[in-house]
Design a protein around this ligand. Structure first.
Ligand code: SF4
Length: 429
């Protein structure tokens, strides 16, 4: 990979990401039949130009801002900048690069960062240690987990990147939303001072309005997934996570979900299903295997197991009110920020999580749950057993628990996943 440095600004992993997106798109377009895995084709088609435009902006010398995935990307549209998702970079490179990004995890292990921290951060940390990223600033909430809090100081104290940390409250109460709304406003102002720009709230409003529309389209897709057989292919979950993390607030995000809704409606009305006939329907309340998203396609094609949704695809909020004053808009932004995937689950007690999981199982006619317990998500370590008991008691459906590292195949391999799920499906027959 050519070492591209312009004005001392480095986004080499985004260049790697662009290359892998382009080569995967070419392969998908050449090899797959016209109707094969549309979410993958469309996702690559819309992700690629956005990442390309960010690289162009980096070359032009615009500031590079690293953001935690739990800080919605559209909030950064109030600046003329290059937004770089710390966690998304690790996991999408892990998914798309042959051999993943194990060398960057290992670089951090050698440096002394514990192996049981979140690989979504550890990968980008390793790349930054290697000098592949140079951020002008980083913004993150103090959420959703200890791993975030324990990992981000690396960027601040080892790499000396200016850091804006937004204090995100634990309780979901009106006063928490007010407090976090202030944090967001102050944080964006502070970030603006670091990069020498004033936040443009009109641009922010436009990006939020796009996402309000996207949210509505996603909700319609979500509702159609109740149909039997499921009208989405499993891999939609991974692609939709990518769209959420990388391109939210852009016209490309809107175009992707408009097309996906059309396809989903057609499949729903004709009862069409991707892969072999649907045998069982599963809900993955936490993460999919980012180190090998082809598992999702294998489940569709070999086992007939639908993955109805994962954690990145079931969290919805009310549209943000952009028509009133700025304070109202920030309040809406705060509510959305506190209901994002993993933040919502980590900033509440576990009982609402159990309740809506049971409710999802009913509404979506799920035959089972598959709970992937990441070695990193310690805050959730005790929940799977409680969920398993609740699903058994309330609905009589089983839950398979698989411990893994979402971005590192060396902990639980793809083959082990396949074996465990195949055996589990025999118990459902
Ligand atoms: S909640 Fe878990 S997966 Fe999400 S960032 Fe934290 S440790 Fe990583």
């Amino acid at each position: 990979m050519k070492n591209t440095i312009t004005n001392g600004r480095k986004v080499i992993p985004y260049e790697m990401l662009l290359k892998t997106l382009s080569s995967t798109r070419e392969l998908v377009e050449r090899i797959l039949p016209v109707n094969g895995i549309p979410s993958l084709k469309l996702g690559l088609e819309y992700l690629e130009p956005v990442i390309k435009s960010y690289i162009k902006k980096a070359r032009e010398g615009l500031p590079i801002i690293g953001y935690h995935f739990s800080f919605p990307a559209e909030y950064l549209q109030c600046f003329d900048c290059v937004p770089v998702c710390i966690e998304g970079t690790s996991y999408f490179l892990a998914a798309l690069l042959k051999g993943g990004i194990e060398n960057y995890y290992d670089a951090m292990h050698s440096w002394g960062h514990p192996f049981h921290t979140c690989s979504s951060q550890r990968g980008t940390m390793g790349m930054t240690l290697d000098g592949l990223f140079k951020f002008d600033a980083i913004i993150t909430p103090t959420a959703p987990c200890d791993c975030t809090i324990a990992s981000y100081p690396f960027f601040k104290y080892k790499k000396l990147f200016p850091m804006v940390m937004l204090d995100l409250p634990y309780l979901h109460a009106p006063k928490s939303y007010d407090y976090y709304a202030d944090q967001l406003k102050l944080g964006l102002e502070e970030l603006g001072k670091i990069i020498g720009q004033k936040p443009d709230f009109n641009k922010l409003k436009k990006a939020i309005e796009i996402e309000n529309h996207v949210n509505q389209l996603k909700l319609e897709i979500f509702d159609l997934i109740k149909g039997i057989p499921s009208p989405i292919e499993n891999i939609f979950n991974a692609v939709s996570a990518g769209a959420l993390i990388f391109i939210s607030g852009t016209p490309e995000s809107l175009a992707f979900y408009k097309k996906m809704l059309e396809i989903t409606k057609q499949r729903y009305s004709k009862k069409l299903h991707h892969g072999i006939p649907e045998k069982f329907r599963s809900i993955w309340p936490y993460m999919i295997t980012f180190f090998s998203i082809d598992l999702l396609e294998w489940l569709d094609r070999k086992l007939g197991l639908s993955v109805l949704f994962d954690i990145f695809n079931y969290n919805f909020t009310e549209p943000i009110n952009t028509k009133s004053d700025l304070d109202t808009m920030f309040l809406g932004m705060a509510k959305k920020g506190m209901h994002l995937p993993m933040v919502r689950q980590s900033t509440e007690f576990f009982d609402p999580f159990i309740e809506y999981c049971v409710d999802f199982a009913r509404q979506f006619s799920a035959d089972c749950f598959i709970y992937t317990q990441s070695i990193a998500c310690k805050q959730f370590g005790s929940v799977p057993q409680l969920l398993r008991e609740a699903l058994k008691e309330e609905l009589g459906i089983p839950m398979l628990l698989i411990e893994f590292d979402a971005g590192d195949a060396r902990m639980t391999s793809l083959n082990t996943f396949k074996e465990k799920i195949s055996l589990f499906m025999e118990t459902l027959s």
